[in-house]
Design a protein around this ligand. Structure first.
Ligand SMILES: [Zn+2]
Length: 87
């Protein structure tokens, strides 16, 4: 994993908009590992054919994963202590 391997967290908007009606990239979340609080757009996004992984911009731990298969989206947010969406 190098600094050139990831996309800006804004690139996660497309897939995550399948789950969240609000703009998820402007949501704030707290990394469960280091406690950093930032908008999702500041996370580092890694993608492949199976889905995406969002990593904390500070510690690099996984904060969210999403994969799409057979018309189903699986979302794992256990790397976040909380996620705050504007309503
Ligand atoms: Zn972190």
């Amino acid at each position: 994993m190098t600094d050139m391997d990831y996309l800006d967290g804004n690139a996660a908007a497309g897939l995550l908009s399948e789950v969240f009606s609000a703009d998820i990239t402007s949501a704030r979340g707290k990394c469960a590992h280091c406690g950093d609080v930032a908008v999702i757009a500041r996370a580092h996004l890694y993608t492949d054919d199976h889905g995406m992984v969002l990593r904390c911009r500070i510690c690099g731990d996984v904060i969210a994963m999403a994969s799409e298969r057979a018309g189903r989206l699986c979302l794992d947010l256990r790397g976040l202590d909380w996620l705050e969406l504007e309503v």
